[in-house]
Design a protein around this ligand. Structure first.
Ligand code: NAI
Length: 715
């Protein structure tokens, strides 16, 4: 027997088992929407009332089982909600259907054939048993908290009742995905079987007998490991988690505490009351802008950029099998590793064979470290190393489809190596510079085939940093841009496209932040205080500890280069004198054992020398103002980039800020921060900072006009 549904393929086999294959039309992945919910509900009614049906198998006709809630739709939905009753309705939308499935009296077995994330896993948890295919394609997880949300389809209540509160909280608070064997070990699924016999195995499970009643619907149910606030172990766990969450999030994002509270409270009461508690906390997150901002930037916008949304049309997809890299230092070596990992052969060039070999040896050492930690095999390392040819001979560039330059940040040197490379690489191959600040159009002066030249700005450490800033120079052709984007996608990194400017987008924004921190030091605000307030504002590390770790020299040199290039048009950055003083005093950072802090045996500690150089400011400090300076100076620089056309898309700016320079993710990024404050308030805050701190904060007429018109970066 079959039944017509749009989102489900429904059939009943001759064993009397209903087979439900989820197949949401119009999308590659199954995402839960209202139509699916309603049809699932109707299917449950059919199954529970048909006496010939003994149970049901829920699987998918697509490659994934169920990707979860429709996050694209959520961004728009959440933006319009300000009424708590509406938020609660949204939070409750799928629950009754899953509860009906759970209590309908017939056993449902989830046959997990592909990724089951978020709402997808919650759907499987509502079933009476779960088996997964033995496939590398299977990932499961409840990652909502990483997007400022929490499980809202009963997951926060079912998982602890299945595997105990401690393990469930660990999974949900970390949000990390896991594979099928880990799920089996955790007790989240009941079996792993070969992919081609998954549905048959699920049917067999029903024939063997699956209890159609959940343990928590039986009288006297107790959670594994207990529940309630009077259990001393759980009491300690809740206290411990509350303090660590507050430490880690500085209460900037409400999701982890909401989740913890929903689990603690919801598991202390009967299941249906627990579901209601989950909905209440989920509704609170819907009403807070954090979730919407995080989902939009980290999921929707990042996803679109990964799909190369702004790639010029009509350019055939480029393939890369061999690339050249000029400079085998920190960045060149990192780019070589990423390319080798993507299956590309690499010619890693330096000034001599010996120097290039040194660069390759650093990569080999990094692999050794991974091997010693069990995160790479010797075979894999050997395969990757075999893809990298280290040499001083530019003639090896002959077959390269793309060459990335990563020599020292020096215009004359870069132009010299470009010309050298152009003599040997194929005439139509792309040449890219990894410069972090030098204008691409200036670097292209005198270069042949300037239309095949652009900036590919990677971030350090390249192997781990997911962003590449793709800089279009005045001569860069559409074809070059499109093919360079293909290269970035091949490396599995996220590209943002920016127009040329000194420092492009990300370096400009982070430079403004660091300069502001230097300026504060000159005002007599202690580095420790500045860094602590930055951490409170959501930065993983304070700006001064960061600059000590990376070293002050390069930033100072960039300021000097900018001064030399701009001449009388140069505007001295707010913290330039501090940079100069520190540079002249050899306070270059951790490697010099002194910078904004002193380093004794590698341990960072406050420096009396710095306190003597800049005596503590008198009077009471305004901590909120310090926090605003650190955040708004970056938002303001980002807005300037937008005004100047360096960045054309707020989504790219937001993704770039978070992924490239560690702008706090709870804000959704620099432009989301401005929108969340509202353009009027942003301008008013800037005016106040300009009046009290310095004219550098004064908003432009463009920003004032936007405030006047109520223009937001996101419609
Ligand atoms: P590095 O000092 O680690 O490496 C530069 C390498 O270039 C050295 O191995 C040097 O021997 C080599 N080199 C010099 N002249 C050469 C020539 N004529 N031919 C071939 N190789 C030559 O420098 P790093 O940090 O890797 O920076 C490289 C570039 O990447 C710079 O433009 C820098 O601004 C940019 N960048 C650096 C970032 C960082 O965090 N270090 C981040 C993003 C960009």
């Amino acid at each position: 027997m079959t039944h017509e549904f749009n989102t489900l393929r429904y059939s009943v086999n001759d064993q009397g088992i209903a087979i439900l294959l989820m197949d949401i039309p119009g999308s590659n992945a199954n995402v839960m929407g209202d139509a699916f919910r309603d049809e699932l509900s109707a299917a449950i009614d059919l199954i529970s009332t048909d006496q010939n049906i003994i149970g049901a198998v829920l699987s998918s006709a697509k490659n994934d089982f169920m990707a979860g809630g429709d996050l694209n739709a959520m961004v728009e939905l959440f933006a319009d909600v300000s009424d708590p009753a509406v938020a609660l309705d949204i939070a409750n939308s799928i629950k009754p259907t899953l509860r009906k499935l759970e209590t309908c009296g017939k056993p449902f077995v989830a046959a997990i054939n592909g990724p089951a994330m978020g709402g997808g896993l919650e759907l499987a948890l509502a079933c009476h048993a779960r088996i997964a295919a033995d496939s590398a394609n299977i990932i499961m997880g409840l990652p909502e908290v990483t997007l400022g949300l929490m499980p809202g389809a009963g997951g926060s209540q079912r998982l602890p009742r299945m595997i105990g509160i401690q393990k469930a909280l660990e999974i949900m608070l970390q949000g990390r995905p896991f594979n099928a064997s880990k799920a089996l070990e955790l007790g989240i699924i009941d079996g792993v079987v070969a992919s081609d016999s998954l549905v048959e195995a699920a049917c067999q499970k029903i024939l063997d007998g699956v209890d159609a009643q959940k343990p928590w619907d039986e009288k006297g149910f107790r959670l594994p490991g207990g529940s309630g606030f009077f259990d001393p172990d759980l009491g300690n766990l809740y206290n411990y988690l509350t303090t660590t969450i507050c430490r880690d999030t500085q209460r900037n994002t409400p999701a982890p505490l909401a989740l913890l509270t929903a689990v603690a409270r919801g598991t202390a009461v009967p299941f249906d009351a627990g579901l209601h508690i989950e909905s209440c906390y989920f509704a609170k997150l819907i009403l807070d802008p954090t979730a919407r901002n995080m989902v939009r930037t980290l999921f929707v916008s990042k996803g679109e950029l990964d799909k190369l949304r702004r790639r010029p049309d009509n350019v055939p997809k480029a393939r890369f099998s061999r690339i050249g890299i000029l400079g085998s230092g920190l960045m060149g070596g990192g780019i070589a590793q990423s390319a080798a990992k993507a299956g590309i052969d690499v010619v890693l060039l330096d000034i001599s064979d010996e120097q290039a070999a040194k660069g390759k040896a650093v990569i080999a050492k990094a692999y050794d470290k991974l091997i010693s930690k069990g995160r790479m095999t010797r075979d894999k390392a050997d395969t990757l190393l075999a893809k990298i040819t280290a040499s001083g001979d530019y003639r090896l560039l002959a077959d390269c489809e793309l060459v990335v330059e990563a020599v020292f940040e020096d215009v004359a040197l870069k132009q010299k190596v470009f010309n050298q490379a152009r003599q040997h690489m194929p005439a139509d191959a792309i040449l890219a510079s990894n410069t972090s600040s030098l204008p691409i159009s200036e670097l292209a002066e005198g270069l042949t085939a300037a239309n095949r030249f652009l900036g590919l700005h990677f971030f350090s450490p390249v192997e781990r940093m997911p962003l590449v800033e793709v800089i279009r120079g005045s001569h860069t052709s559409d074809q070059t841009l499109a093919e360079a984007l293909d290269f970035v996608a091949l490396l599995r990194k996220t590209p943002i496209i920016v127009n040329d400017s000194r420092g492009f987008f990300t370096s400009r924004v982070i430079a403004a932040y660091l300069q502001e921190a230097f300026a504060m030091v000159a005002e007599g605000i202690s580095p420790t205080l500045i860094d602590n307030i930055a951490k409170q504002a959501g930065f993983a590390m304070g700006p001064l500890a960061l600059i000590d770790d990376i070293g002050l020299e390069n930033g100072y040199k960039a300021s000097l280069a900018e001064r030399a290039a701009l001449g009388e048009h140069w505007v001295e950055p707010a913290g330039f004198k501090v940079q100069q003083t520190f540079n002249d005093a050899g306070r270059l950072g951790r490697r010099a054992a002194k910078g904004f802090y002193d380093y004794v045996d590698g341990v960072r500690q406050p420096s009396t020398a710095v306190a003597a150089l800049y005596p503590p400011a008198e009077g009471e400090l305004d901590y909120t103002q310090i926090k605003h300076r650190l955040l708004y100076v970056q938002a303001l620089e980002a807005a300037r980039c937008f005004e100047e056309g360096v960045i054309c898309d707020a989504a790219e700016g937001d993704v770039g800020g978070i992924l490239g320079i560690g702008f706090p993710s709870y804000t959704g990024g620099v432009f989301s921060l401005i929108d969340t404050l509202g353009p009027n308030r942003f301008v008013a805050e800037l005016d106040q900072l300009a009046d009290t701190v310095g004219e550098r904060f004064r908003p432009s007429q463009w920003l004032r006009d936007r405030a006047e018109n109520g223009s937001k970066f996101y419609a």
